[in-house]
Every structure is written in C-alpha cells, then in structure tokens.
Ligand binder design. Structure first.
Ligand code: DI6
Ligand code: FE
Length: 400
C-alpha cells in the first residue's frame, strides 16, 4: 500500500484505551498518507507499505502531538507589575475589584491591532510547539466589545496560518464586565447575546462559547442566557466554573451538554455527578492553581469516582497562569493534584481532544490526523517527572 511516510523502530504510546494504560507498543510502526494515519501499531501486524519516506526512530517513543485545550494565548501586554503587587500582599480578587486584572489586559488588547496581537502571541505559540503541541485552543475575552472580540479571534486564526498547528477558537465575551458597563452587567450580557456572539458565529470565528462563572464575573443566570444563545447558533459550550468559589456552574454547563467545565477547585458532588451524566470533561489547570497560590485542590478522587474524563491545559494567560509549558503543567498536575502519569499524558492528548469535541486527534489510530511527537526518553513517565527539561526530538503536524 502506498504511503507518504513511515516511522519504524519506534515505541508507541497510542493512548488508545485498552489493556495497557498508555496503549504501549514495543516495536511499533506508523504509516501516514495525506496527513492522516493509515496504521499505528505493532510492526509485526502491519500491512506492507510502499513509503515515499522512511524515518527510523531508533527506539524513541512516539505519542500523539500534545493538545493544549484551554489557553488565552492572544492578549495585549503582560501583568508582571500586577505580579509584583501580589508579591507585596494584594490578592487576585482585590486587584480585579480595583479595575486591574482582566480589565488592564483588556485595555492593552483594545489598543493593539490584529497584526500586533498575532505578533505578540507567536513566541508563546512557539514555546508550546517546541514542546510537541499540535493543537491549541485560544479564547477571546480581552476585547469585551464586538470589534475587539472579533479582532482577537481573527488574530488567533492568523496564528494558524503562520505556524504548522491547528488553532481552535472559543468566544469568551463573558470573561469580565468592561468598564463602560460597570454596574450594568445584565446589559453587557444582552449585548453579548444580541450582537457579539451572533457576529462571531456568523464570521465563522467561534468553534465554541465559554464564560467565566464567578462572583467577580458572571452569575449562573447570566451564563444561562449566553448558553441559550450559543445553542440557538448551534455552537457547543464550555465554562470556567468553580475556580474561586462554588457557583454551581459545572451543573449548569452539564445541563447544556458542555464539552468541558474548567478549573473546578470548588466543585461539589452534585456538579461532578451532573458532569459525568452529560459526558462533560473536567479541564484541570494546575498552572493557575499554582500561580494564584490557591489552596483548595480540585476534588480529583470525586471526579475519578464519578468517571468524569480529566483533561489538562496550561490556561496560558497574563494574569493567573503565564505558563507556556505543557510538560511543566503535567508535572504540576502530578505533584499538586496527585494525578497519575497515565492521567497526565491522557490529559494533554486523548482527553484534551474530548474537551474540544475533536474526534480526529489525541490518539494514534488509523483515521486520525498524523499529529506526532517523537520523544527522546526511555520511559513515558519522564515526560511528567522532569521539570524544565524538554526531550522533544521531532514533531510532525499532518503534512509538515
Ligand atoms: N480565570 C482565570 O484564571 C483567567 N480567566 C478566568 O476566567 C484569568 C485571566 C486574567 O486574569 O487575565
Ligand atoms: Fe482560563
């Protein structure tokens, strides 16, 4: 059978659920054509291929390209000054209430052009790519006006033109109430539902709709209105839920069949049960937990007990998680949340794909996109164990 490329002499972590936790294959082979996997499995069971190019992996491990399923990669400026204020004692909530926080990034984002936003996000995207990332979700949420939210989503899409990576975009107009709507949050929500979200959807710029459900952001009633609009427009939803307090946002997200509920430090049993029933994934964000010095750990054991799928992401954003290392995020998930090595690796591959509703990535299987990360390691646990060391040998994204 003709194929474009064939990788041989590889150890595979296919991440296909089965007998071994990572779907390990000792003497593995992958064949791909037109950017899609034709075969991934034991060399002994492989059909005979006639490849254009053969890559000898010399026993290295190949896994699915990593998927960062929750980022705010596109934004103006940074918040290093705010970080310093927090070191001097101010809390995240105090800074947010005093007009800093998300709103200060909003100002910098509004001032930046679409091109400048793309330009400033490229080094962050390159950092992810350098660690084997092949799919990145990017949210809006720092423009907070129709034109500026559209500009952010366009900048995110532009990143996908400039690098060999799949960009998935999420509309997050309900990230914060912009200053011109101070004290009139309901009116801002009406603007989102009547104008912003329909405009983003019509322009084909939103793959999903997100919100920040929190006492310093939007109530469940307000999020419900936005989710109803998303539903009308045929867009899937997800939610920043129970990050700082328990608002019962996860249960609301589950009610709308959300792809994911994210953060979840303050999730309760009812929320977990609702998520399990709806098939809503938990996206855990240890970078934000670490950086904000949160002390309540997400209820991992409860999520396991209910069988809620767990994904991991960097949450790369200037305020609560200036993190561009999925490998460090895996280490943090293990160290701070006590996730197992297979849970960490699945969290950045198979379960991250699920959290994006992406059925063509996240595992090494025939029919999936040929998004591969080749690792110079002896055993998969090294990817979770090391801190600040990147063993990526090569990365393949479909045709490149
Ligand atoms: N939760 C977070 O941790 C980020 N957004 C959100 O809804 C924080 C974003 C920021 O501080 O800029
Ligand atoms: Fe976030």
């Amino acid at each position: 059978m003709r194929c474009d490329r064939l990788w041989r002499n590889a150890r595979l972590m296919t991440m296909v659920p089965g007998e071994s936790p990572l779907g390990e294959v000792e003497d593995g082979l992958i064949a791909a054509r037109d950017g899609v996997i034709l075969y991934a499995g034991p060399a002994t069971d492989s059909p005979v291929f006639d490849p254009e190019e053969i890559i000898d992996c010399h026993g290295r491990w190949i896994g699915p390209g990593l998927i960062d399923c929750h980022t705010h990669l596109v934004h103006g400026g940074d918040r290093a000054d705010e970080f310093q204020r927090r070191l001097a004692g101010a809390t995240y909530e105090e800074i947010a209430r005093a007009g800093g926080g998300i709103v200060s990034t909003m100002r910098a984002t509004r001032e930046a052009s679409r091109e400048a936003l793309t330009e400033s996000a490229l080094p962050r995207l390159d950092a992810l790519i350098a660690e084997g990332v092949t799919t990145v979700e990017i949210k809006s949420g720092y423009g907070l006006s129709t034109a500026d939210e559209i500009k952010m989503l366009q900048a995110a899409r532009d990143l996908g033109e400039q690098r060999p990576v799949q960009i998935v975009t999420t509309f997050l107009g309900a990230h914060a109430v912009p200053p011109e709507f101070k004290g009139r949050a309901d009116e801002y929500v009406a603007l989102i539902c009547d104008e912003m979200l329909p405009a983003a959807a019509q322009a084909g710029l939103a793959d999903a709709v997100d919100g920040f459900c929190e006492n310093i952001a939007f109530s469940t009633d307000q999020i419900r209105r936005i989710f109803e609009t998303a539903k009308r427009l045929g867009l899937p939803v997800k939610l920043h839920a129970e990050q700082l307090t328990n608002q019962h946002g996860a249960a609301l997200a589950a009610e709308f069949g959300a792809l994911s509920a994210d953060h979840l430090e303050h999730l309760d049993e009812e929320g977990a049960a609702a998520m399990a029933k709806a098939g809503t994934a938990a996206v855990l964000l240890p970078g934000a937990f670490y950086f904000t010095r949160e002390t309540t750990v997400p209820p991992i054991e409860m999520l396991r007990r209910h069988g809620v799928p767990m994904a991991l992401a960097t949450d790369c954003n200037p305020g609560s998680s200036p993190l561009t290392s999925p490998q460090l995020a895996m280490n943090m998930a293990a160290t701070l949340f006590r996730l197992t090595v297979p849970e960490c690796l699945a969290g950045f591959t198979r379960e991250a794909a699920r959290a994006l509703g992406h059925d063509k990535a996240g595992t090494l299987e025939a029919g999936k996109f040929c998004d591969l990360a080749v690792w110079d390691i002896e055993r998969p646990a090294e990817l979770v164990y090391r801190m600040g060391f990147n063993p990526l040998h090569a990365r393949y994204w479909r045709f490149s």
